[in-house]
Design a protein around this ligand. Structure first.
Ligand code: HEC
Ligand code: HEC
Length: 347
């Protein structure tokens, strides 16, 4: 009898918590379109360019294009090949392989929470997702299409696509800017929040283990991670040199290629850490296999080089502190929205 009463009381408490959490969720609006964000994500940080307002038809079209392998030279590769929902919208390879197995020089970053960034790529060379989406389709080591015209011809040639462009854009014209806009609109709906960390922040103190709480304190304190992995998306949206690859003879100079500023040599975008457990291996070159390897890298203070960030220093973490940091990163795994691949494609 007592048990039943107790569980009812608990149910009420849990429901009360759910309602409180529900009221803390932000909404993103674009014209008549809106999306309620998972707990912990901040609507006022969303970036949707004026030239590409959101609508339902565009998101659906973009999702089909994102997963459609017919947009590659030999019809074997889609965006999802290297940014797959099963792998946290990244891929479990050191560096990416495109059509014919051609290897790139960089590790595939996650497509999750791109809604909160303007610049894209490890070096930020694309000003937005629309510009970014133009790249892979014709990149010889990615989808390897001969030209954007060829991509447009493929999409136009599939009878089911033009009507979806009409729904998205008002008329059935298929062109490269529209293909890129639709893909970008889809990507902006792929967000991750409502992790154990977010529920803890919203007041559910049971959401994090004692180890994760210690890890969070280290993250914000002694280990100095929050100096760069800042705010709700765990990135300062800035380019930092932590030394990855800088001990190689001919290092990838990252942001320097974009700005030609000496200080940007070896600087790469601070990536989000949301759903980080799903996106191994880590770093722009995939050089760290596990989160323990990453923590060991930081414990040593990164790799010395002339442009190393002043926020990097040896941390002298104990083994337990390393485990606590990893436990905290596990707690950043949340629900990813709009992540179910399409069941069928336009014919
Ligand atoms: C062969 C693997 C491969 C394919 C196919 C591919 N990508 Fe990528 N993607 C990568 C790699 C590698 C990078 C990082 C490149 C860099 O930063 O220089 C990247 C970067 C990105 C980024 C930047 C993310 C960030 O945090 O800056 C986005 C967004 C993205 N890709 C979306 C797409 C879309 C959309 C498609 C399909 C049109 C696509 N990718 C196809 C491998 C791939
Ligand atoms: C000085 C800024 C800075 C500090 C401090 C920092 N990070 Fe990073 N972090 C970065 C940058 C920049 C990258 C990407 C570097 C690269 O690939 O060259 C990165 C990459 C990572 C990655 C891999 C992400 C991926 O998608 O591959 C993880 C995990 C990570 N950091 C966790 C941490 C933890 C844990 C701490 C604290 C111990 C920390 N970072 C401290 C800037 C920083």
């Amino acid at each position: 009898m007592f048990r039943i009463v107790l569980s009812t009381a608990l149910a009420v408490v849990v429901a009360g918590g759910a309602i409180a959490a529900e009221s803390k969720r932000d909404t993103v609006k674009s014209g008549a379109w809106s999306m309620t964000l998972p707990l912990g994500l901040q609507g006022d940080s969303a970036y949707i360019p004026d030239g590409n307002p959101m609508n339902e038809g565009k998101v659906e079209l973009g999702k089909l294009l994102y997963f459609d392998k017919r947009l590659s030279k030999d019809q074997t590769i889609s965006c999802a090949t290297c940014h797959h929902p099963f792998h946290g919208y990244a891929e479990p390879k050191t560096v990416s392989a495109g059509v014919g197995g051609a290897l790139g020089g960089r590790n595939s970053p996650t497509v999750i929470n791109r809604l909160f960034s303007a610049d894209q790529f490890w070096d930020g060379r694309a000003a937005d997702l629309e510009e970014q989406a133009h790249g892979p389709l014709t990149n010889p080591i990615e989808m390897a299409m001969p030209s954007h015209d060829a991509v447009v011809a493929v999409v136009k040639g599939i009878k089911g696509y033009p009507p979806l462009f009409a729904k998205a854009f008002g008329d059935p014209k298929v062109d490269m800017p529209r293909i890129a806009k639709a893909i970008a609109a889809y990507e902006r709906t792929v967000v991750s929040g409502n992790s154990a960390y977010d529920r803890y922040q919203a007041g559910d103190k049971s959401a994090l283990s004692a180890s994760a709480v210690r890890g969070m304190e280290l993250f914000n304190g002694k280990a100095n991670c929050a100096a760069c992995h800042a705010s709700f998306n765990f990135t300062d949206e800035n380019y930092r040199n932590i030394g990855v690859g800088m001990d190689k003879p001919d290092p990838d100079l990252g942001r320097y290629a974009v700005t030609k500023e000496n200080a940007d040599k070896g600087a790469f975008k601070t990536p989000t850490l949301r759903n980080i457990v799903h996106t191994a291996p880590y770093m722009h070159d995939g050089s760290e296999a596990t989160l323990m390897d990453v923590v060991e890298f930081y414990d040593k203070g990164g790799i010395k080089n002339p442009q190393l960030s002043a926020d990097m220093r040896p941390l002298k973490l104990s083994y337990q502190e390393k485990l606590d940091l990893i436990e905290f990163m596990h707690a950043l795994t949340g629900e990813v929205t709009n992540a179910t691949p399409p069941e069928s494609f336009p014919q």
